[in-house]
Design a protein around this ligand. Sequence first.
Ligand SMILES: [Zn+2]
Length: 135
Amino acid sequence: MDAYELLVQYQIKPSVQRLAVMKFLIKNRNYPTAEDIYTALFPQIPTLSKTTVYNTLKLFVDHGAVRMITIDERSTRFDLSTHQCGYFLCKQCGAIFDFQNEAASQDLAFLVGKGHQIAETHYYYKGLCEKCAQA
Ligand SMILES: [Zn+2]
């Protein structure tokens, strides 16, 4: 997946900062926080500020390119929105897993078919991951 093409596809004007944030999200599919992104990119782009990272992520979310994951109340995380999926949070170790969500795609198709305009979808499951459940 190409960061430049993805930005253009979602009608976001590519800038050095936006490209860097998008590249990071493409490469790091572990649901980073804004803080994670800032910490990783700052050494390469010393002019980058935390505010810029937050504003860039907000812009991506507003354009539908990126999904804001609020499953963990301690930290907001971000993921590409190129696939329809649900998230599962382990309440003990904080690990997040995603999974294909076929039912969600059908629900969406049904609602959109009725003429509704869906701006956000959230499919969250919480519990204990395999490792924590066995401990
Ligand atoms: Zn766990």
